[in-house]
Write a protein that binds this ligand. Structure first.
Ligand SMILES: [Zn+2]
Ligand SMILES: [Zn+2]
Length: 412
């Protein structure tokens, strides 16, 4: 007996094998009737052992096999189809799946019942595994269920392999130094991106975005078909994003090239991004980080320029009063069309006056995630209570707003 092989048949397994013999099964399908009994043997090897021990044989002509119809004799052909489907795509890890005619799988289920086997291995699992082995040999890539770059789906009735190319994920932090750029690409609302009179044929609401400025060199280098940009929240278009920048994950859709020089690419954002957007700390991410980044709710620090004719003593007093306190914010009028209208409790962690001039002053504040800072300063017609305007008893107007820091890590 070879090392690591166990296949000691008891009377129940012998009975199963005798019943399964003579049903025209191919060696692969015959061996698989006891596929989960013992270990260390391929299914055809199991069939050979059964033949030697019990004088029962599999059919010599696999095409007539009632379970697979000769499929397991054609795994090489399917491996060729898979490799061809992924031609031009770089991949190191892959997963194999298959779509079966349900009637074939039902034949197999019925067979196990007829012969009384509780040790059968499903044809689908066996086929996926055998296909994976062949693809490994042809490509040097590694098969398995974890972290696949591509997924092969063998559509058996149709005779074709469908290829799914998984996205590539890159994390980083961005700084935005310009007050005219949205975080993500906004297709024109009128035409949905096709181009119309309203958008002068461009299909867009804004000329560019953080997503596009950062994504451009990565799309070119990876030959991806597009991007999705997942930011840890977003700032208003007219707000700058300073400090260490805002964490994000850039998703490259259907990339052909996966070996990218991230640092080199980050340094090559180019003239289009110069003075507008910077990419810091680029690194590899995986899909699960998209969820983490979407669920994160870090505190943020802001600098706010405010216009208003108010005695500064009153402003200081109000800021002291509100620091460390919770405010009530009803969904701002400006976002009510896309967020449910309700009142949210938000904490102003800290607020202080840092600069002052005639008729204007500058605040720095740190707030709980989800605080609408502009509305907290101006009051939003009473929808935020208390607001800074209500506390000082005078109308205030936000002149500009910068995000100074996203406190997602305890470094700050
Ligand atoms: Zn078969
Ligand atoms: Zn348009």
């Amino acid at each position: 007996m070879a090392d690591g092989v166990t296949f000691d048949l008891g009377e129940p397994q012998r009975a199963v094998a005798r019943k399964a013999a003579g049903r025209g099964l191919c060696p692969e399908c015959f061996g698989r009737v006891l596929g989960r009994w013992g270990h260390g043997l391929s299914n055809p090897e199991r069939a050979a052992r059964l033949a030697a021990e019990l004088d029962v044989t599999a059919t010599a002509d696999p095409v007539g096999c009632p379970v697979c119809g000769g499929l397991f004799a054609k795994v090489d052909l399917w491996a060729d189809r898979a490799v061809r489907a992924a031609n031009g795509y770089e991949y190191r890890r892959f997963t194999c799946g298959s779509r079966w005619d349900p009637e074939r799988l039902a034949v197999e289920e019925a067979l196990w019942g007829d012969v009384g086997s509780g040790w059968g291995e499903s044809a689908r699992a066996a086929f996926n595994r055998e296909l994976g082995k062949k693809v490994e040999v042809r490509t040097g890539a590694q098969g398995g269920s974890e972290g696949a770059d591509v997924v092969f789906l063998a559509d058996l009735p149709v005779g074709r392999v469908e290829l799914t190319v998984n996205s590539l994920y890159i994390r980083g932090r961005y700084r935005k130094l310009d007050r005219t750029i949205p975080q993500t690409h906004w297709p024109c609302r009128r035409c949905g991106g096709r181009g119309c009179v309203h958008c002068a044929g461009s299909g867009r609401t804004y000329p560019t975005s953080v997503e596009e400025l950062i994504g451009a060199p990565f799309v070119v280098a990876s030959a991806a078909t597009g991007t999705r940009f997942h930011g840890m929240g977003r700032e208003d278009i007219d707000a700058r994003m300073l400090g260490r920048g805002r964490p994000f994950v850039l998703e490259l859709v259907r990339p052909k090239v996966r070996s990218l020089d991230l640092v080199g690419l980050a340094a090559s954002l180019g003239p289009a991004a110069a003075g507008k957007v910077e990419l810091l700390e680029p690194g590899w991410a995986d899909g699960s980080e998209v969820v983490q980044i979407k669920e994160a709710a870090p505190e943020k620090s802001y600098r706010v320029g405010v216009v208003g004719a108010v005695p500064l003593g009153k402003v200081k007093e109000a800021l002291q009063l509100v620091s460390g306190r919770t405010i009530a914010q009803r969904t701002p009028a400006r976002v009510a069309h896309r967020r449910s209208d309700r009142v949210r409790a938000r904490r102003i962690v800290d607020a202080r006056l840092v600069d002052e001039a005639e008729g204007r002053f500058t605040l720095e504040l740190r707030t709980e995630a989800g605080t609408y800072v502009k509305e907290w300063v101006e009051g939003d017609a009473g929808r935020t209570e208390p607001s800074l305007a209500s506390l000082v008893g005078a109308p205030l107007k936000v002149d500009y707003l910068d995000v100074l820091e996203v406190h997602d890590t305890e470094a700050t």
